[in-house]
Write a protein that binds this ligand. Structure first.
Ligand code: PMP
Ligand code: GLN
Length: 389
């Protein structure tokens, strides 16, 4: 039987591809973003206890009430906005489902959706599945004068047309490791003043910002929060990427539509995981301790890379850092990442994979993304191997 693919140009994701390569070559995998250590035993215990306590049947469609209450409390403490548990917070199957449900709920065939390039891989196929047209606005790439990526909001605004339905942003940003500053939020406020668009704000790394810099959530600005769907992930926050529990906060008029998709996609998310997370989150130290925990790992990898021919770039947030190999090779990023895997046994992700056209010159800045959510011994082994390059 002949089928007509809805996503003809989609293959296997770069994360899976590079993880498979790392397995094949017994490489230290600093590619795909996941911790190589367990969640806090207290969290595992809380999930186990929930199972023993009989919390094993379908929880509420929008999420286990105590978990929604914990999310509301955390969001209010951190960003000053109180989302309504009944109508504004939805627990989803990872951030992935919250993002997918948002695109399905709001993007109509022919609608344009602005994404900031480089972008997380899911956005483009998700927009296309909904019949939308992705419009990529490149970040300004690092150069000798300003050695980090930044968003040019004028350029974003110029990309807005009468067909623009949505703007997708993601800060702390994967893969460039930049965070929002107050001027960015000011610029976004001006944009929403002038244009009737909604903002899908992927904030999965909200708890991973460094050097005393706070994550600035869109929830902290009423004007933005009224138009925004804010997405987060417990996978990132509590070192449990395999649990696939995330959530989104959005005003009721948006949440209602997201839930219509959610209830017919997964309906709800495993109950003991939700109950365990709810009880674990009663102690704010569980997330407040994360920046210091990850900053130490960031600094460790940064310093280690300084003893190699790679040039690490500053990382303000996420559990990644970028490093340049301009002193080592002229190969395009994907080829160099494969070579590093095969010849030296270290897995990393080419930043070019986060561009619409990964083979173009504009996508290749001789940068690789390394994940530092690893035990010190893993980072040591990787650094030792990278020193040989
Ligand atoms: N958004 C970004 C920017 C990510 O890096 C990830 C990675 N895991 C996700 C969304 C998906 O999160 P989850 O695993 O909770 O679905
Ligand atoms: N978000 C993870 C990363 O950026 C990957 C998640 C996945 O493999 N789909 O590495």
């Amino acid at each position: 039987m002949q089928i007509k693919s809805k996503l003809p140009s989609v293959g296997t994701t770069i994360f899976t591809t590079m993880s498979q390569l790392a397995l094949e070559h017994k490489a230290i995998n600093l590619g795909q973003g996941f911790p190589d250590f367990n969640p806090d035993p207290a969290l595992i215990q809380a999930v186990h206890q929930a199972m023993l306590d009989g919390i094993n049947q379908y929880p509420a469609m929008a999420g286990y009430p105590a978990l929604r209450a914990a999310i509301a409390d955390k969001t209010q403490r951190r960003y000053g906005r109180l989302y309504d548990i009944d109508s504004e917070i939805t627990v989803t199957s990872g951030a992935t489902e919250a993002l997918m449900a948002s695109f399905q709920a709001f993007v109509h065939p022919g609608d344009e959706v602005i994404v900031i390039e480089p972008f997380y891989d899911l956005y483009i196929p998700a927009i296309q599945l909904a019949g939308g047209i992705p419009v990529a606005v490149p970040m300004t790439a690092p150069d000798a004068a300003v050695p980090y990526y930044r968003v040019d909001w004028d350029r974003v605004e110029k990309a807005i047309s009468s067909k623009t339905r949505m703007l997708v942003i993601n800060f702390p940003h994967n893969p460039t490791c930049t965070i929002l500053c107050p001027q960015d939020l000011d610029a976004l406020e001006q944009i929403v003043d002038r244009h009737p668009l909604m903002i899908l704000s992927d904030e999965v790394y909200e708890h991973l910002t460094f050097d005393q810099k706070e994550h600035l959530s869109l929830a902290s600005r009423p004007k933005l929060a009224e138009r925004a769907i804010i997405v987060s992930s417990f996978g990132k926050t509590f070192h449990a990427t395999g649990w696939k529990v995330g959530y989104c906060c959005a005003p009721a008029y948006l949440s209602t539509e997201i839930r219509k998709v959610h209830q017919y996609t997964v309906f709800t998310v495993p109950s003991p995981l939700q109950a365990g997370l709810a009880s674990y989150m009663q102690d704010p130290a569980t997330w407040e301790s994360l920046p210091a925990f990850y900053q130490e790992k960031r600094d460790y990898l940064h310093q280690g890379l300084q003893q190699t021919r790679f040039k690490p770039m500053p990382s303000e947030g996420t559990f990644f850092l970028l490093a340049s190999y301009e002193n080592i090779s002229d190969l395009p990023e994907l080829d160099f990442a494969k070579h590093l895997n095969q010849a030296y046994g270290v897995g990393a992700i080419p930043v070019s994979a986060f561009y619409l056209n990964p083979n173009s010159e504009q996508a290749n800045h001789r940068l690789l993304r390394f994940c530092f959510a690893k035990q010190p011994s893993t980072l040591d082994q990787a650094i030792e191997r990278l020193q040989k390059v």
